[in-house]
Design a binder for this molecule. Structure first.
Ligand SMILES: Cc1ncc(C[n+]2csc(CCOP(=O)(O)OP(=O)(O)O)c2C)c(N)n1
Ligand SMILES: [Mg+2]
Length: 822
């Protein structure tokens, strides 16, 4: 909490009544005649056409799914197709005012939104721009397919490009917009401002906010629309995203040009159902979704319900809401009322609603009504509407024929190129700054108080005689993190960092102390306690082209950002066909001392997820070098930091931690001590316990242990470990993560396979117990101790002369614990 804002008790304790104000519902009341003076005839016919294109596109998919053929052509599509037949007016109305600088995000039911946004973009782009986009996209591969035999202008070519690219993606063709790796529920096309759609419903709720943050911080034009289903208003990421978007600080604390709300519209595509649950009357309590806006800020998020069955009502709302956003008074909440005639999916038996209800909504079908209004107002005659229908039908049929043709639209050839998807998991680029420009900072780095303080510190923990400098004098682990991040803040103008207590507090463990003075609010700020949104917004920020450091205060809280870490952060680079980069470094501190919910090491859990790089440095030298490497890259990195180590000095790298910039490549373990009799492979803070154990082995048993610090979990280069085994023939692996299912087991398994010929004994894993972490005073019974390492070696690798064990590492005990699941 910034000291500038005084909380006066007599003010906040005073009696008052909160007036929530009013929220308009279906207030649009212009007639088509009136609209004729606002829209040209062509515009109105185009609105009609766009709705029809979506209708025909979805009808085609419905027929394919339910009958296996469309216009006499058979095709089987086993994948998903969540259709939005009935909802066309809401999609076209939403997209009508938007251009390519405006980004939309959506969910599993977004074909209509993709097409509507694409059609709107095509309308607004000039021929040269359109051609350039089509030519540059995947080296013109899609263009070369749709331009064959094309007669007509560039815009009509672009319509083919859009419908084909979308459909080929739905059918998992390599020629789709995302090389078939996104598919129906995730398809998108960023050159038209269509950003990822999310099969995890509500998943876009916080990601879209990150995109709006990116636009604001980097002064980019345009707004962001988060299309969210009415039932997904029950999802955590949506609430956390809205909470984040509505933070007071944008208006109260961000300075100068940066002052003002985020440019985002939460657009609720309110078809009044989840899959089968009715949101009004059953699964939610808002009655009218627009009410939700009243919970978030004093403007009720400018919430409003509009009739999504009338495209002009939605366009009218966008006109007004976009003005609010231009005036920096966002965020906005729009409840767009609509209805889907189609089932949740084509296999849906509509058991949750009556035939009468569907028919009642079909009888006011927006496309039919709009067509009738066009005719009765004189804007069009039946022949004009018929010819539009023909145009739409042939457009969809053309896209269908091309995208089911295996010659024209092959799937990714994983027989010929088995590594193709693997190669897409990471972008592996090395980029100083995500954008040119001079970073906004408050003073030169040399003048920073923390920098000056660090300059007086000893960058190696010991003096020339090997005596440790006082703890205060030692350059600490947290200084390494600080130096790398500070350096990048002065290099990369797009870099922002945020999380809980990141600014005035200096980060819960003081890694950011000093940065508060160096950076304006918009580059370093406190977030709400919304771990989901901390990670989710960073994903949105990263995918738009910015570099970002979100922070999770305790590893245990990662569960709160589970979907973001499991499903979003790791997947969008490859699901985009590698068009998107994800330069997000997620800092996660691993606790101890605070019991069961503040001391868990979940590095193994994260290492299990394809698409994340995972590092866990244990020394200041490695922390700085790995942080530099993480911040130079374009991949998501989960950066674990042990709270046991924030204050530790550099005890291994004799030359001390360099003052200048250097990188330690992610994936390379490091020999921290050479030895010949036994290898100990450590992850994180167990390095120091392994070192003590190695001292004891030397002193008491004359054995020299080689200690290798893994430093990274993903990727991991085994060479150094296998080399070591050639010498030692024995290996013990140790980390603070609970042992069962841990990453150590994976390492041990691979080492067994790869180094079997060199092994004199099986690799032995020593992790934490499979319990809750007990209180600090009992922690020694939970986390691996020096004596555990020695006993495990004695029991399972190499009997030690005259050694009496104090811990039970026998096979019998291992079997007993496993039987009990502890
Ligand atoms: C996190 C998550 N939970 C459940 C589902 C399964 N599911 C798919 S669609 C859907 C209903 C979503 O309703 P709504 O948000 O109103 O969007 P609509 O389907 O109506 O467009 C559900 C529950 C999912 N995909 N993701
Ligand atoms: Mg719904």
């Amino acid at each position: 909490m910034p000291k500038t804002q005084f909380i006066n008790p007599s003010d906040v304790r005073r009696a008052q009544t909160l007036e929530l104000g009013s929220i308009p519902v279906n207030q649009y009341d212009r007639s088509m005649k009136e609209e004729l003076s606002r829209f040209s005839r062509e515009d109105l016919l185009r609105i009609y056409r766009d709705m029809l294109i979506i209708r025909e596109f979805e009808t085609m998919l419905n027929l394919i799914k339910t009958t296996g053929e469309y216009k006499g052509i058979s095709y089987s599509h086993p994948g998903p197709a969540h259709l939005s037949i009935g909802q066309e007016a809401s999609a076209v109305g939403m997209a009508y005012k938007l251009d390519i600088n405006d980004y939309i995000f959506g969910s599993h039911r977004s074909h209509g939104e993709i097409l509507a946004k694409g059609l709107s973009a095509i309308q607004k782009l000039g021929d040269d721009e359109l051609l350039a986009i089509m030519k540059n996209f995947f080296e013109g591969r899609i263009l070369s397919i749709v331009e064959k035999g094309h007669q007509g202008d560039v815009k009509s070519l672009a319509l083919k490009f859009l419908t084909y690219g979308t459909l080929a993606e739905i059918f998992a063709r390599e020629t789709g917009f995302n090389k078939g790796l996104g598919g129906s529920m995730h398809a998108f096309f960023t050159p038209f401002g269509i950003y990822p759609n999310n099969a995890i419903v509500g998943g876009s709720g916080d990601i879209a906010v990150g995109a709006a943050l990116y636009k604001k911080v980097n002064r980019k034009p345009g707004i962001v629309v988060a299309n969210i289903g009415d039932a997904s208003l029950g999802c955590g990421p949506v609430w956390e995203g809205m909470t984040f978007a509505a933070m007071d600080q944008f208006r109260e604390l961000w300075e100068g040009e940066m002052q003002g709300g985020l440019p985002i519209i939460f657009n609720i595509m309110n078809n009044q159902y989840g899959m089968g649950g009715q949101t009004c009357g059953e699964t939610m309590g808002y009655t009218i979704a627009a009410r939700v806006g009243a919970a978030l800020n004093r403007e009720n998020m400018h919430a409003e319900r509009v009739d999504g069955y009338n495209p002009l009502a939605v366009i009218d709302a966008y006109e007004r809401k976009m003005k609010i956003i231009q005036e920096k008074r966002g965020p906005v909440f729009l409840d767009v009322l609509t209805y889907r005639f189609s089932g949740h999916s084509p296999s849906d038996s509509s058991s949750y609603r009556s035939k009468e209800e569907i028919e009642a909504w079909e009888s006011v079908d927006s496309i039919i009504s709009f067509g009738q209004e066009l005719m009765s107002s004189g804007a069009a005659d039946q022949a004009a509407l018929d010819s539009i229908r023909e145009e739409c039908d042939s457009l969809v049929l053309g896209a269908f024929k091309l995208s089911i043709d295996d010659q024209v639209s092959p799937r990714m050839d994983l027989v010929k190129h088995p590594g193709l998807i693997g190669d897409m998991m990471f972008s592996n680029e090395s980029v100083d700054r995500m954008e040119e420009g001079s970073p906004e900072v408050n003073h030169p780095l040399e003048e920073n108080p923390r920098v000056k303080q660090i300059a007086r510190k000893e960058r190696f923990a010991f003096d020339a005689r090997g005596k440790a400098h006082s703890a205060m004098k030692q350059y600490q682990f947290r200084d390494g993190i600080f130096e790398a991040i500070a350096d990048r803040f002065y290099k990369d103008p797009t870099l922002v960092a945020y999380g809980e207590e990141n600014r005035d507090w200096g980060g819960a463990f003081a890694a950011y102390r000093g940065l508060t003075e160096a950076l304006p609010y918009h580059r370093l700020f406190n977030s709400p306690i919304s771990e989901g949104a901390i990670v989710g917004t960073a994903i949105g920020y990263g995918m738009c082209g910015g570099r970002v450091i979100p922070e999770i205060m305790y590893c245990d809280f990662l569960g709160r950002s589970g979907d973001e870490v499991f499903n979003q952060l790791p997947k969008w680079q490859s699901m985009s066909g590698n068009l998107i980069k994800m330069p997000v470094v997620l800092r996660v501190s691993v606790g101890s001392k605070y019991g069961a919910q503040h001391s868990q090491d979940w590095s193994s859990l994260v290492a299990h997820i394809p698409g994340l790089k995972v590092v866990f440095p244990a020394t200041p030298y490695d922390a700085k070098g790995l942080m530099n490497a993480a911040l130079q890259g374009t991949d998501p990195v989960v950066f674990f930091e042990s709270q046991r180590l924030y204050g530790i000095g550099e005890e291994f790298h004799q030359e001390g931690v360099p003052e200048g910039y250097y990188e330690i490549p992610i994936g390379e373990p490091d020999i921290k001590r050479s030895g010949k009799d036994l290898t100990i492979l450590t992850i994180g803070a167990t390095l120091y316990r392994a070192r003590e154990a190695a001292d004891l082995l030397q002193e008491k048993h004359g054995l020299s242990a080689e200690i290798i610090d893994a430093r990274s979990l993903v990727p991991f280069n085994y060479e150094l470990v296998l080399e070591s085994l050639k010498k030692t023939g024995r290996i013990l692996l140790v980390s603070d993560a609970s042992e069962r299912g841990s990453y150590l087991k994976d390492l041990a398994h691979n080492i067994t396979e790869l180094g079997f010929d060199d092994l004199d004994a099986p690799p032995v894993v020593v992790g934490s117990r499979n319990w809750i972490t007990p209180a600090y005073e009992l922690e020694d019974y939970f986390f691996p101790q020096v004596s555990w390492i020695i006993d495990a070696i004695h029991e399972k690798i190499l009997p030690l002369k005259n050694h009496t064990t104090t811990n039970n590492f026998t096979s019998g005990e291992q079997l007993r614990r496993s039987r009990l699941g502890v």
